[in-house]
Every structure is written in structure tokens, then in C-alpha cells.
Design a protein around this ligand. Structure first.
Ligand code: XMP
Length: 513
């Protein structure tokens, strides 16, 4: 398989670059800029993209690529800081900015140079691109030609076609650069990279790899019903069938219909060996009298480990544990965060007792979320699983504010089902990141018919987000809000008021607890 390296200089957009390259059917991976040049050159990359980054080439200890990278005959594309570093190292003129340029800019094309070929001018003979930079290349290095400029940027793109070295000051990977894909596609053509990365071929290779890795061993997979663990389960099932056992723990704080849907999908439709451990009573007992959110989280986490351990021991000797680790988690553990690089290690299975020593199998560790969804679709998972919203491990327990009881869980579960239903009917389930109901620990006065009521309040939370790190409250249509509100008040016994949460994250969080 042909592959492209994205050398990460601490860019906000490194993942986006890798995703865009993969969308063009070429496999690409992110490598921290601290990787020794010998290893990079020996890895067989068809091309190398130098990412942007927060530094200036004039900073003390600025991360700079090794010059040998430009002499190896491998095509290199520098984006933003990557272009400045290339310009600086190869003898061009780079000046520190007085202030950062951020936002749209209009690129005046001076030539395609193999890199900008096929870009079509639209705005007054110019191409709209997205800028976000500090330093500026004033003069390209010897051997390079200038391909375009903007009002603030005399060299917005440059090329040395003979050496196959290229630079763009703008960001071709972001959606605001509408023709950015043309630039990346041109670079892949220069790299002579075959477009042989697809989820269908991924499934074939991964199935073979899983068979080779586990041999005749058994594998245990903790199934939560979320998209990642579901895709892991069906992929493993395709690879090793009966050798796979999935363990699904019902902790009593799942959403309406979730338990039934997991059982129907995996046991009935896919015929996976599924252990459905109904531990809801145990979890609820552990939550009795608890109101503090972190205590709820801890108790649920610990109880999960206890149940998981008990059930796993019943199954006899199973050497492998399958996990739905995705590529962003892997990158997170190696990513470059500037000179004071903090390297995080990724511990997803933290917490299992030390004598339970599983070997880990992580078949999705090369994939981005959208690729995981595509794998799920190709393997026949139903859309409601593929598009399931993120759902917290502590589940509805942190959406019943205050003490959790079976009755209060029933209220929030019923209200939540109405939210899910209405958001889906409005066709907005893929636009909102999460939408859910929260049961507040207060009562308010209302009037129903001729009677005064004193009943519960549901808060409706709906957010848009890319990654849950930041989020904004979703501007749901008033008609939809009205429908949700009147259905909850009419259909959910004990609720007489619905409020809409209009806080963004930060400073609020997505969940209320
Ligand atoms: P917050 O509330 O911190 O949530 O803005 C960010 C994202 O994380 C989810 N979340 C959790 N997921 N265990 C989880 O597995 C937890 O304890 C937990 N708390 C929050 C939340 O649903 C959102 O997607």
C-alpha cells in the first residue's frame, strides 16, 4: 500500500491533513516531527507533508525538519509553518510577522507549477483560500518559483518541480479552502501514490491480520452498543466467528430500547456469541443515596470492572481482549506539542485487576471515526448503531441530577426517547453531536386542567461539536423545541416543565454532571 507521511509540527490541523489524503484514497499517517530522519526515509513513504504548527522558525528550539529530508528525492509539501521551515532551511527569506493573518484571503494565481494546476479562479480572478499564519516567506529559496500571492503574502505558494518540493502558505486541508483538495490531489499525483486505500480493502487485510494474530485463541470483546465497540465486534466476528465472545453489561442506566437493540443486532442478526449480563440491580444498589457526580462515576466504573471480571472468569481462559481504540487516540499518545513535548500514554483498560492479563487487539487503531462508520456500514450494521451519538459510560446516572432511583431513571429515559425520536424525525440527528434530556433536582408549579401541579423539570440539551472538546448549543428550530416540550409534558408522567439549555462549552460542559 502506498502511504504518505504527515510530519506533525504541533498543528491544530494535522489530523485533518491525514483525513483529506485518505479521502483521496491514499493511506496517510501522522508522525511526530521528532522522528529521526533515517527512520522517516527508510519507511518507504511516497511523499511527506510538513504540517503547520504554532512556532516561528526564529523561536528558540523551534522544531525544524532535518535538511536531508529535502535531498532524498521524496516529494515534500510544506503547509503553513511547514512551508516557512522549508523556505528558511533552503535559503529563502522568511520574516517574522508583526501580527498573525487569520481568515479568508484571495490568491492570485501565477502558475500551476504542478501543484495548483486545475484551481479555478472565482473571486475577481482569484481563488479564495484560508490563512492562519505568523511568519511569511518573502522570497522563495533558489530553484523555486512563486505560484501565487495574496495581499498580505508575497509568496503564498511555491514549487521546485525538479526536486519535487512544494509549499503553500494557506491551508488546503480546511473546508474554507474550497479547492484545497485539488492541491492535495496534485501533490499525490506528483508522489505517484496509488489510490489503493479503501474500507473494503481495509476489511480484507484486517480480517487476515486478525486471523494471523490470534490463531486459534479466543477473544473477548466488551460491547457497549456504541459505534466503535460494535464495529470491533462485527469485524472480529467476520474474522474468527465462534472464537469471539462479546460481553455486554446492562448497568441499568442505559437509554430506552438500547439493551433490546444490542441483543437483537448481535445475537439474533449477526449470531455473535453474546453474554448479556443484566447487572442493573447491582448498579442501582451501588448508586443508592449518592448525589455527587464524581462518586457516581467512580461507583459505576468500579462496579463495571467487578461485573466484567466475574463474567470473564466464568468464560475460562481467554487470552485476548478486543478494544475500539481509534486513530485519534493513538495520535494523541504520540502527538507533538511543541518543545516541551508531553508524551501521553494511552490506557484504556486501566482498572482491570492485575492478575487479569489480557493481550490487546485493537483492529481500528488506524482508522478515523468516519472510516469506522464506513466499515460498519460495509459489514451490515444498522444505521441506528452506525450513527449513535456518543453516550457517557455512567449513562443516565449523570443525567438524573441528585439521587438516582429506578423511578427517576424511568422519567429521564422516557423523556430522552422523545428527544431522540423527534430529532430523528426532524432529520437532524447527524447535525447535532448529542441531544438528550436531563432530569433536574427541583420541582416547579404548574397547572393542568383545573389542578395545580408541583412536578419535575426536564432540561433539554442539544449541542453541535466536532470532537466534544468544545461545543455550542444547537439552534434547533422552534417548532421542534415546541414539539419536544409538549410531548414530554403530555406523555411523561410527573413532568410539568421543559427548559432549553443555551450554554456553550466552555465554560459549561456538555453533560450537566
Ligand atoms: P463534557 O460533559 O465533559 O462531556 O462536556 C464531553 C463528552 O464526554 C462525554 N462524557 C463521558 N463519557 N464517561 C464517558 O465515557 C464519562 O464519565 C463522561 N462524562 C462525559 C459526554 O457525553 C460528551 O460526549
Amino acid at each position: 500500500m502506498d502511504k504518505i507521511c504527515v510530519l506533525d509540527f504541533g498543528a491544530q490541523y494535522a489530523q485533518l491533513i491525514a483525513r483529506r489524503v485518505r479521502e483521496l484514497s491514499v493511506y496517510s499517517e501522522i508522525v511526530p516531527c521528532t522522528e529521526p530522519v533515517e527512520k522517516l526515509l527508510a519507511a518507504g513513504y511516497k511523499g511527506i507533508i510538513l504540517s503547520g504548527g504554532p512556532s516561528s522558525v526564529y523561536d528558540d528550539g523551534a522544531p525544524l525538519p532535518d535538511k536531508r529530508l529535502f535531498e532524498a528525492g521524496i516529494p515534500v509539501l510544506g503547509i503553513c509553518y511547514g512551508m516557512q521551515a522549508m523556505g528558511f532551511l533552503l535559503g529563502g527569506e522568511v520574516v517574522p510577522a508583526e501580527r498573525r493573518e487569520y481568515g479568508p484571503a484571495d490568491l492570485l494565481l501565477e502558475g500551476g507549477g504542478g501543484l495548483l494546476d486545475g484551481m479555478r479562479p472565482s473571486v475577481a480572478g482569484r481563488v479564495r483560500v484560508w490563512m492562519s499564519h505568523g511568519d511569511t516567506v518573502m522570497k522563495p529559496p533558489r530553484g523555486f518559483v512563486r505560484l501565487g500571492s495574496t495581499d498580505n503574502c508575497p509568496v503564498a505558494a511555491m514549487a521546485d518541480a525538479d526536486r519535487r518540493l512544494y509549499g503553500v502558505q494557506f491551508h488546503p486541508e480546511v473546508v474554507h479552502t474550497a479547492q484545497g483538495k485539488t492541491v492535495l490531489r496534485n501533490f499525490l499525483t506528483v508522489c505517484d501514490a496509488k489510490g489503493d486505500w479503501s474500507m473494503a480493502t481495509f476489511i480484507d487485510t484486517e480480517v487476515a491480520a486478525i486471523r494471523k494474530t490470534v490463531g486459534r485463541d479466543r477473544v473477548l470483546c466488551a460491547l457497549s452498543g456504541g459505534v466503535d465497540s460494535s464495529v470491533v465486534a462485527v469485524l472480529l466476528h467476520k474474522a474468527i466467528g465462534e472464537q469471539l465472545t462479546c460481553l455486554f453489561v446492562d448497568n441499568g442506566v442505559l437509554r430506552h430500547g438500547e439493551v433490546e437493540s444490542v441483543v437483537a443486532t448481535f445475537r439474533d442478526a449477526f449470531e455473535v456469541n453474546l453474554i448479556h449480563a443484566d447487572a442493573s440491580k447491582r448498579f442501582l444498589a451501588r448508586l443508592h443515596g449518592v448525589t455527587d457526580p464524581e462518586t457516581k462515576r467512580k461507583r459505576i466504573g468500579n462496579e463495571f470492572i467487578a461485573v466484567f471480571e466475574e463474567e470473564a472468569r466464568k468464560l475460562g481462559e481467554i487470552p485476548w481482549l478486543a478494544q475500539g481504540t481509534l486513530y485519534p487516540d493513538v495520535i494523541e499518545s504520540v502527538s507533538f506539542k511543541g518543545p516541551s513535548a508531553t508524551i501521553k500514554t494511552h490506557h484504556n483498560v486501566g482498572g482491570l485487576p492485575p492478575d487479569m492479563k489480557f493481550k490487546l487487539i485493537e483492529p481500528l487503531r488506524e482508522l478515523f471515526k468516519d472510516e469506522v462508520r464506513e466499515v460498519g456500514r460495509l459489514l451490515g450494521l444498522p444505521p441506528e448503531i452506525i450513527w449513535r451519538q456518543p453516550f457517557p459510560g455512567p449513562g443516565l446516572a449523570i443525567r438524573v441530577l441528585g439521587e438516582v432511583s429506578e423511578e427517576r431513571l424511568a422519567v429521564v429515559r422516557e423523556a430522552d426517547a422523545i428527544v431522540q425520536d423527534e430529532v430523528r424525525r426532524a432529520g437532524l440527528e447527524r447535525e447535532v453531536w448529542q441531544a438528550f434530556a436531563v432530569l433536574l433536582p427541583v420541582r416547579t408549579v404548574g397547572v393542568m386542567g383545573d389542578f395545580r401541579t408541583y412536578a419535575e423539570v426536564i432540561a433539554l440539551r442539544a449541542v453541535t461539536s466536532q470532537d466534544a472538546m468544545t461545543a455550542d448549543w444547537a439552534r434547533l428550530p422552534y417548532e421542534l423545541l415546541a414539539r419536544i416540550s409538549s410531548r414530554i409534558i403530555n406523555e411523561v408522567k410527573g413532568v410539568n416543565r421543559v427548559v432549553y439549555d443555551i450554554s456553550s462549552k466552555p465554560p459549561s460542559t456538555i453533560e450537566w454532571e
